[in-house]
Design a protein around this ligand. Structure first.
Ligand SMILES: Nc1ncnc2c1ncn2[C@@H]1O[C@H](COP(=O)(O)OP(=O)(O)OP(=O)(O)O)[C@@H](O)[C@H]1O
Ligand SMILES: [Mg+2]
Length: 499
């Protein structure tokens, strides 16, 4: 690492308030060229807010931003772009109906001599950036047709195309599979050599040690530590983040043997590309659904739930034939908790209470009469159980941090009393402490006779939590692993195996 004297960018004493929340309390951060600075902290600690101040999306109530030793006003995204700052946001910020190329060059489109947008050049440039990150995708495609992982890769391409001196990455790997993560890490190493200063937000301990030169930990808006990554241990970081010791030892433990078969899928094919899939899930089981991003895991979940129509095969759930209808699935006690909380999981303008109870209203109010006091009491209990950080149950969901929104998606479904939960990437963006609590909750449900089908890109998580797992490849089941065979190597081998 080059011993640089002055930071490329420094945040000094940043304070930011929202109604009812002191999101940042005098936080200072130095970003040096050629260094990756990791930002850690529980959901709602203030990480994203700090980065939004850095890039001009939010105005700080107090504090200064210094670039190359000069104090700069940061009042808009255009200001920060002009200073060479690029951001990969946690919440996807692409424009759905524009093409991949248009998104990458949004606001800085190359022009022809006549001052018109030079589409040919824009597409060629976009192709070059996409090739650089190893993403095989048509640059003329509309972004709204892409999966979450592909959208994330486009976000990354967009930031790279700016040739920034400061790059902010807010949980960039949350939606990526191992192979894409590897590619991103290589890119980051390359950018480091080029002297780019990076701030990187992550909940994943392995990333902190693989990438980080320094680590800053935030807790409740306060800076509790900044230190060289080499000087930190995982246990120490966790304790700093949560302010207490966390039991990270959750693992399956011995559960009673699986019960009756709850879901049978026989030779199902679906309009979304799923081909000839058969599988079973028993009561009292957590079954993993693994595979690379794009292998069809989300599509299979949608096919089972009835969100996409079947073209062949049949499904039986709890003794009844599934009619490929979401309404029927829900009535029978089959819940799908989607991966994209913004698009499918939440009513962002409604309150925490409304959202938590949405899926379980009927159960709480069997006579159909809504009682606000009862609703809020139930919501507050759920908030406490999942440690959702929000000023209250009346708070609008869109003002919550990314991880807290994710907890609400989960909480909402846990309250719904399903027999089978299909979770699509349940712990994406969730902090270490809350992850353990979610696993413990899932474990409780399963012990009570529910079942879980869990899609996860984190191999270690599948191995740690699941009783067995199916691995998908090219929209088919590539294989099944029993508890004894369940290892990261076996999962990866099946996922990558060339027929
Ligand atoms: N636009 C907003 N309006 C009101 N409150 C907000 C707004 N943005 C953030 N907050 C609040 O500020 C606090 C910090 O949120 P922030 O998004 O920075 O957390 P985070 O550390 O990024 O968490 P996560 O790991 O869940 O992404 C939270 O309490 C959040 O609810
Ligand atoms: Mg965040």
């Amino acid at each position: 690492m080059n011993a640089q004297v002055s930071p490329v960018l420094a945040l000094q004493g940043i304070t930011k308030r929202f109604p009812g929340v002191l999101a940042l309390d005098q936080v200072s951060l130095d970003l040096y060229g050629g260094e990756v600075h990791m930002l850690m902290g529980e959901n709602g600690a203030g990480k994203s807010t700090l980065m939004k101040v850095l890039c001009g999306a939010y105005q700080a109530d107090a504090g200064e931003i210094v670039v190359d030793g000069q104090r700069v006003p940061m009042t808009s995204a255009a200001d920060s772009r002009a200073l060479g700052i690029a951001v990969i946001f946690q919440e996807y910020s692409l424009v759905p109906h524009l093409s991949v190329a248009q998104n990458i060059y949004l606001g800085r489109e190359p022009l022809t001599r006549w001052g018109l947008i030079d589409h040919a050049r824009m597409q060629a440039d976009a192709r070059a950036v996409l090739a650089r990150i190893g993403l095989e995708i048509d640059e003329k495609r509309e972004v709204q047709g892409l999966g979450v992982a592909q959208q994330q890769m486009v976000e990354i391409a967009k930031a790279l195309a700016q040739n920034a001196r400061v790059l902010v990455l807010d949980e960039p790997t949350a939606a990526l599979s191992d192979r894409e993560v590897q590619r991103l890490f290589e890119l980051i190493a390359e950018l480091k050599k080029q002297g780019v200063a990076m701030a990187y937000i992550s909940h994943r301990m392995d990333e902190v040690f693989a990438l980080g030169d320094r680590v800053t930990v935030l807790r409740d808006g306060k800076q509790v530590a900044t230190m060289p990554a080499k000087a930190a241990t995982p246990e120490e970081l966790v304790t700093l983040m949560v302010g207490r010791k966390v039991d990270m030892s959750y693992h399956r433990g011995e559960r009673p043997l699986a019960g009756d078969c709850l879901l049978e899928v026989h030779n199902v094919s679906c309009v979304n590309g799923i081909e000839d899939v058969s599988l079973k899930v028993h009561a009292g089981e957590i079954v993993g659904l693994s595979g690379l991003v794009g292998s069809g895991r989300t599509e299979l979940a949608r096919a089972i739930f009835g969100a996409d129509k079947l073209t062949a095969g049949r499904m039986v759930f709890d003794g009844r034939t599934l009619k490929s209808s979401p309404t029927q699935s829900r009535q029978l006690g089959l819940g799908l908790i989607p991966e994209s909380r913004k698009q499918q999981g939440l009513a962002l303008l409604r309150t925490v209470c409304d959202n938590l109870l949405l899926a379980g209203l009927r159960k709480l109010f069997p006579l159909g009469v809504y009682q606000p006091a009862k609703a809020h009491t139930a919501a507050r209990a759920q908030m406490a159980q999942l440690r959702i950080a929000a000023p209250g149950s009346h708070t609008q969901v869109q003002t919550l941090s990314g991880g807290n929104q994710q907890k609400i998606v989960i909480g909402k479904w846990l309250a719904a009393g399903c027999k089978l939960f299909i979770f699509d990437e349940p712990t994406r963006g969730i902090d270490v402490g809350a992850k353990e609590e979610i696993f413990a909750l899932i474990d409780t449900l399963v012990r009570q006779g529910c079942a879980v089908l869990m899609i996860s890109s984190e191999l270690a998580e599948v191995v740690r939590v699941c009783d067995r797992a199916y691995v998908m490849k090219e929209h088919r089941i590539a294989g099944e692993l029993s508890r004894d065979e369940l290892s990261q190597e076996n999962l990866l081998r099946l996922a990558m195996h060339h027929a």
